[in-house]
Design a protein around this ligand. Structure first.
Ligand code: MN
Length: 132
């Protein structure tokens, strides 16, 4: 059964694009529009994977991942930073904060699902009808 995935992203266009791509592949999607709401939703819903912007109001993505990693049961939940920060060192900073990977915006729709699915066990992967 395809995973439940939480998107934490303050930019509505980015959020809707990623949501569309995930739902087209059969995933169940939850969204949050800032870091604080994202942290709350993550703890309540316990998604299988989290996609998280870094630059957001209320709480940035670094703080979201650091706080979640402090919770029992959150050490191994895949968390991927999806961010326009693409300077040297930004990837390392995201990984050091607790993210498993770093994907640069704008995302590439044809490869995005494959990138995030490498962090899901096969049983939680979707069908990917549109891009295969
Ligand atoms: Mn942002």
């Amino acid at each position: 059964m395809p995973a439940n995935i939480l998107i934490i992203e303050d930019d509505s266009a980015s959020r809707e694009l990623v949501k569309y791509l995930l739902e087209a592949s059969g995933y169940t999607v939850l969204t949050a529009e800032d870091g604080r709401a994202g942290l709350r939703t993550a703890l309540e819903a316990h998604p299988d994977l989290v996609l998280c912007d870094l630059q957001m109001p209320m709480m940035n993505g670094y703080e979201v991942v650091q706080r979640l990693r402090e919770h029992p049961g959150w050490h191994h939940v895949p968390m991927i930073a999806v961010t326009a920060f693409s300077m040297t060192g930004d990837r390392e900073a995201a990984l050091a904060a607790g993210f498993d990977d770093h994907i640069t915006k704008p995302i590439t729709p044809e490869t995005f699902i494959g990138q995030i699915e490498s962090f899901l066990p096969p049983v939680l992967r979707g069908s990917r009808p549109a891009y295969r």
